[in-house]
Design a protein around this ligand. Structure first.
Ligand SMILES: [Zn+2]
Length: 282
């Protein structure tokens, strides 16, 4: 089988590298690499359909320092290769989801969608996927900063997309990695009305910690957002919670087993939208 490379990267500064894992041109996973003098922290780990993520990062940062991994949340496309690093961290709020996310057949089904149903990629994944069935996570909570030597990474609560979702802020670089919690399409399908109001407040609190000038990398985009995206998502949450949902179109999904659910809707504020479950708003 011909070898395929799904990774690319850009150096943002001496301390930050942004790696992209892409199984098609439209579905990509953004992986942050923060380079300390003593340790390297990898933020998210993709779908893990090959064992190549760690060697790829080592080709950039070398092999002398321990490589730790912290996942923004426990979804299948963020924890895939976490077990290949020296330590793996995930907030305990997502631990119940992990077994589902490590299921081999489910990972294959998701690869089918992420690759746009490409047989070559799916077959490659079937042969090369990381066996992550025994991944063990340590907890991460606010205040538990990663001091990597010369650079510190601060966990910030972003509970909403999942129950244990975190963002990570590198203050000296003014860069944050927001996972799936802050994006131009932010999926908040678990939240009811009260949850949406709470998420609005969570986003505003996030920005009160980072400041408005922060650059925010989202989990599926390799260019940073400005803080206006977080502000727009917060306002979209508020509007939906207040019942301003008239005309909101359906939010379709690439995952075949979940398609055609009429309760899933999109609501825009500015050019950012949230995807919500209308059946939870009654
Ligand atoms: Zn994701």
């Amino acid at each position: 089988m011909r070898r395929l490379n799904f990774y690319s990267h850009e150096k943002i500064s001496d301390r930050i590298v942004v790696v992209t894992e892409g199984y098609s041109m439209v579905h990509r996973f953004t992986i942050g690499v923060v380079i300390g003098d003593k340790q390297v922290l990898v933020i998210d780990s993709g779908l893990g359909m090959t064992g190549d993520l760690r060697p790829y990062i080592e080709s950039i940062v070398g092999r002398k320092k321990p490589l730790l991994c912290v996942c923004t949340h426990g979804n299948i496309d963020h924890i895939g290769a976490a077990c290949t690093f020296d330590e793996a961290y995930l907030n305990h709020g997502d631990w119940d989801d992990v077994a589902r996310a490590l299921d081999r057949e489910r990972r294959m089904r998701d690869l089918n969608s992420f690759s746009l149903f490409n047989k070559e990629v799916v077959e490659y994944g079937r042969v090369h996927m990381v066996d992550n069935s025994k991944t063990e996570f340590k907890d991460v909570v606010e205040g538990q900063n990663f001091d990597l030597g010369g650079v510190v990474v601060e966990p910030i609560d972003l509970y909403g997309h999942t129950w244990g979702h975190y963002g990570f802020y590198i203050r000296q670089e003014n860069i944050a990695f927001g996972g799936d919690g802050i994006n131009v399409d932010t999926h908040l399908k678990r939240l009811d009305r009260a949850g949406l109001f709470k998420y609005r407040d969570t986003l505003r609190r996030f920005l009160s910690i980072t400041g408005d000038d922060v650059k925010i990398y989202a989990g599926h985009l390799n260019r940073p957002h400005k803080s206006n995206v977080a502000k727009n998502v917060a306002l979209a949450c508020e509007e939906v919670a207040n019942g301003q949902t008239q005309g909101d179109p359906p939010a379709e999904t690439i995952f075949l087993e979940k398609t055609g659910n009429p309760a899933m809707r999109m609501h825009y504020h500015g050019n950012s939208c949230i995807i919500y479950d209308a059946s939870r708003l009654k």
